[in-house]
Design a protein around this ligand. Structure first.
Ligand code: SF4
Ligand code: SF4
Length: 619
């Protein structure tokens, strides 16, 4: 016989939360029990006496429900004289300090942690929040924060407040609702089968680059730069940082890590300064690419690919998976920034996480699967920046709380502006990196203009030329963005200047991305069109030579200008929304600086792309 709750509670107390969610028929049965002390079992007419005490809770204005006929008037009238109104947490925020201390102590004991405090910034976040779900929500937030924290104090990076999933905010669609996609991601095939394919391609490329087998080395190097690089960049828009999840460097390092794993604690220095080192590394790669003419220099391409593999393996062996990919990899840094524009995202339904989950398997892993390789708690993830879409958290979560959302491109730039600045690590590096991405494309293309020759005769060294142009454009781009951020700071004093600079800089990611894509449009179109004829030629036949079509200069330039204009419009649109959100006003004067800086970048891009002489041949 299965006992009902009222029967079980005999002599004790039962708490029924959210009574507004009971159906009207259950409400009527409850009323009878409360009035008489008698109840009936389901399917029986026998009246049974029970002596339980009942506490009912409700978090909304129940009078409204009574008026609409959604709550029993009799039950309401019966309860009202005996009700106690509890003041919601948002109206007694001074209690938050004490509650937080208690919860930290409780979860320190459960999780075996030694967290002693919460930083002032983190506490300010809690005090500024409205806590719609009151103490339960606060407890959930502290529980997850304790889980995430490896230090002695909780910081804003450990705190998540409010819903973060696109789906819960109504502008997205969860692709995991398609059974086939869900099953594929849950299967062992994903992502392993793609990783193996990428490792095979990597070894093949290295073999051809280093051995120059049959004279293929140069074309292999060109293939890497003309096809591989543009494919990686454009894939970020469609599949976010999935490339990183399938990256051969990462896959090889994982295998090495299984043999040798020193499990050292990742120094805080790497967490905080790593992304700046990554920015520096990215600048070095770009400079060496153009100074050595890497696409035409197979050995240089091979050295670059081997160096990245070497660093990845060393950091994996020393500090585990998240160290290199999350904090240091220059390519990962660029991928992270552009993945903010992506049309997909992985996010958790935090209301499930905070109310139902006692063990964040998404982060810590299970007996069968490891935890998140990037050391992320998906319940705390506002941005695509570090997520490699490896699917591990989806496999691990037993509550189906994780969504793979199709979303409006770049949705997080507007939705989360102001939140992501609390993340540790790469946050402030963005302010240095985005201007660099714009400056480098301008510098590369300026070098192709004939008017550049006039200036180049004054200085003999190619390296010095390139460095000077890059520095000039970097100062120009960074300066323009910085001045715009200062103007924004004047119109709204909340938050630090650095935070404003980060929000402001993020609005230029679309135009930076457009510049990067336009820059590769020539080599990609022509390179792609030539793959088959060139492969055919290597095997001694000219039959496919007929397919060797080149795009016309006009067509390529038209495409480039269209991409730049699209990026500019997107940046202006996002900038307007972000400024409106931050300043909480809508005036034109607030967005003028954003529009102005976008027009300057757009003009510069169009200038260098339009005047660039001729088109390079790829192979
Ligand atoms: S395991 Fe699932 S429910 Fe638990 S915290 Fe992670 S995503 Fe949320
Ligand atoms: S959040 Fe999930 S999908 Fe993203 S890297 Fe971590 S485990 Fe993989």
């Amino acid at each position: 016989k299965r006992l009902g709750y009222i029967e079980v509670v005999e002599g004790g107390t039962i708490v029924i939360e959210n009574i507004e969610e009971l159906s009207l028929s259950v409400q009527n049965k409850l009323l009878t029990y409360l009035k008489t002390g008698f109840y009936k079992r389901i399917g029986s007419n026998e009246r049974i006496k029970s002596n339980g005490r009942v506490i009912l809770t409700c978090g909304i204005d129940i009078e409204e429900l009574v008026k609409n006929g959604h709550f029993s008037k009799e039950l309401y009238n019966f309860l009202i004289p005996q009700s106690i109104v509890l003041i919601p947490l948002r109206e007694r925020k001074k209690d938050i300090h004490e509650l937080v201390e208690n919860f930290i102590e409780k979860y320190n004991e459960i999780e075996g942690k030694r967290i002693m405090a919460m930083t002032k910034e983190a506490m300010n976040l809690l005090l500024a929040y409205d806590w719609p779900n009151n103490i339960d929500e606060l407890e959930g937030v502290i529980r997850m924060a304790v889980n995430l924290c490896d230090e002695y104090a909780l910081t804003p990076a450990h705190i998540t407040l409010g819903p973060i999933s696109t789906e819960t905010t109504g502008i997205g669609f969860n692709l995991l609702k398609f059974e086939r996609i869900r099953r594929f991601i849950l299967s062992k095939l994903y992502p392993n089968v793609f990783k193996i394919a990428m490792v095979i391609v990597y070894f093949l490329v290295m073999l051809l680059l280093l051995s120059d087998f049959n004279g293929y080395a140069k074309n292999t190097s060109l293939l890497v730069w003309a096809i591989g690089w543009p494919v990686i960049v454009t894939s970020l828009l469609l599949t976010s940082r999935l490339f990183c999840g399938l990256c051969p460097f990462y896959a090889i390092a994982e295998v090495v890590q299984k043999i040798l794993n020193l499990r050292l604690k990742l120094p805080n220095f790497i967490k905080r300064q790593g992304p700046y080192i990554g920015v520096f590394g990215f600048a070095l790669i770009l400079c060496s690419e153009h100074i050595t003419d890497m696409p035409n220099y197979p050995l240089a391409t091979a050295v670059l690919l081997l160096s990245i593999l070497g660093f990845t393996v060393i950091f994996y062996v020393l500090y585990g998976s998240a160290s290199w990919c999350r904090y240091l990899c220059p390519l990962g840094l660029m991928n992270g920034i552009y993945s903010k524009l992506s049309i997909i995202e992985i996010r958790a339904n935090t209301s499930v996480c905070y109310s139902q989950c006692k063990y964040p398997a998404c982060y810590k892993g299970t007996e069968e699967n490891g935890g998140c390789p990037m050391n992320l708690g998906v319940f705390n993830m506002y941005t695509n920046e570090d997520c490699t879409l490896c699917g591990q958290c989806i496999k691990n979560c037993k509550h189906d709380a994780i969504n793979l959302n199709l979303r409006v491109p770049a949705a997080e730039l507007v939705r989360d502006s102001g939140l992501n600045s609390y993340r540790e690590g790469s946050t402030f590096a963005i302010a240095f990196f985005v201007p660099m991405l714009i400056a480098v494309v301008l510098a590369i293309n300026l070098r192709k203009l004939s008017l550049y020759d006039y200036f180049s005769t004054k200085i003999n060294s190619e390296v010095v030329h390139y460095a000077l142009i890059c520095i000039f454009f970097y100062i120009l781009c960074f300066g323009l963005i910085w001045l715009g951020a200062i103007a924004l700071k004047k119109s709204n004093s909340e938050g630090s200047s650095l935070e404003k600079l980060v929000w402001y800089t993020c609005t230029f990611i679309p135009i930076a991305f457009a510049g990067e894509v336009s820059n590769h449009v020539i080599t990609f179109i022509n390179g792609f069109g030539q793959i088959l004829p060139v492969v055919n030629l290597h095997f001694g036949s000219y039959k496919l030579g007929i397919l060797n079509q080149q795009a016309s200069t006009e067509m390529v330039k038209f495409l480039q200008i269209m991409i730049i204009i699209t990026g500019t419009v997107a940046s202006m649109f996002i900038g307007k929304k972000v400024v409106k959100k931050i300043t909480k006003t809508q005036g034109w004067n607030k967005v003028l600086s954003i529009y102005f800086v976008n027009f300057v970048f757009c003009g510069l891009f169009i200038f260098v792309f339009l005047l660039r002489d001729g088109l390079p041949t790829v192979w």
